[in-house]
Write a protein that binds this ligand. Structure first.
Ligand code: PGA
Length: 248
């Protein structure tokens, strides 16, 4: 079904949701000679990455030609820090598939010269339009770390994390809010939209409110995910809980 330019898929069975999302990745890596995919981190895409690893082990998926990007990284956090998104990507996906390490593009959160690092990443993003962008959504409606109020025309930039995001992410930091980094480097919304196709996955009841606003509310900067409605090839993957408030 399509609502406000967004294709919506609702899954009673979460396993089915992730299977279909994984199929999107399989399609791109099969179809494109040099597939370019931008990945998300967080809890939501983990089952997707587990499936991709399984498909690689079963020789169903070949990632040898894949070029990857990632949405964001905590500022000041090094790649060997277990809480960095670089570490997450290697640990949850890259170490277990045959992607060429040379084709992995990540933001260096602890780069000495952050301005230069932002420029470097921005240039790569401009040169490499994505075939597929995988997204989650924050409980405050953020995509990547574009928090409410962010100018959608910004490119890669440094952002101060909202308290709600810090609270949400404390679960990855021994439930200690003090340990959560307060700033990040993130792709801008305009960078996210620079992809042939975008899939956003949302599961669980704390995503029901931002999902409702994204789909039914107006397109506005206070709900960053609502800007996805300006793209013509976006699919929203929802489980029953995340889709609950839509009352379809
Ligand atoms: P989550 O994060 O998958 O850990 O809920 C989503 C996001 O912040 O984009």
């Amino acid at each position: 079904m399509k609502i406000n330019n967004l294709e919506i898929k609702i899954f009673k069975d979460k396993a089915e949701l992730y299977k279909e999302a994984a199929n999107e990745v399989l399609e791109v890596i099969k179809k494109e000679k040099k597939p370019i995919i931008s990945f998300a981190t967080g809890g939501t895409p983990k089952p997707l990455y587990e499936l991709l690893i399984k498909y690689y082990q079963q020789k169903i998926a070949d990632f040898s030609n894949l070029t990857s990007f990632n949405l964001d990284e905590y500022l000041g956090v090094s790649e060997d820090n277990i809480n960095s998104y670089s570490y997450y990507m290697y640990n949850n996906l890259f170490n277990h598939i045959n992607i060429n390490p040379k084709n992995i593009n990540l933001i260096k959160g602890d780069a000495k010269n952050i301005k230069r690092e932002i420029k470097r990443y921005q240039k790569l993003l401009k040169k490499n339009k994505r075939h597929l962008q995988i997204l989650g959504i924050g409980s405050d409606g953020h995509i990547a770390f574009n928090e409410p109020g962010t100018d959608p025309n910004l490119g890669v930039h440094i952002i101060k994390l909202d308290q709600q995001t810090i609270n949400d992410n404390a679960r990855f930091f021994d439930n200690d809010i003090e340990k959560v980094p307060k700033e990040a480097i993130t792709m801008g919304i305009s960078d996210i939209l620079y992809s042939d196709r975008i899939i956003l996955i949302a599961t669980g009841k704390n995503k029901a409110a931002p999902i409702l606003q994204m789909i039914r509310g107006s397109v506005n900067n206070l709900l960053p995910a609502s800007h996805l409605r300006n793209h013509d090839n976006v699919c929203i993957y929802l489980d029953s809980e995340a889709s609950n408030s839509l009352k379809l």
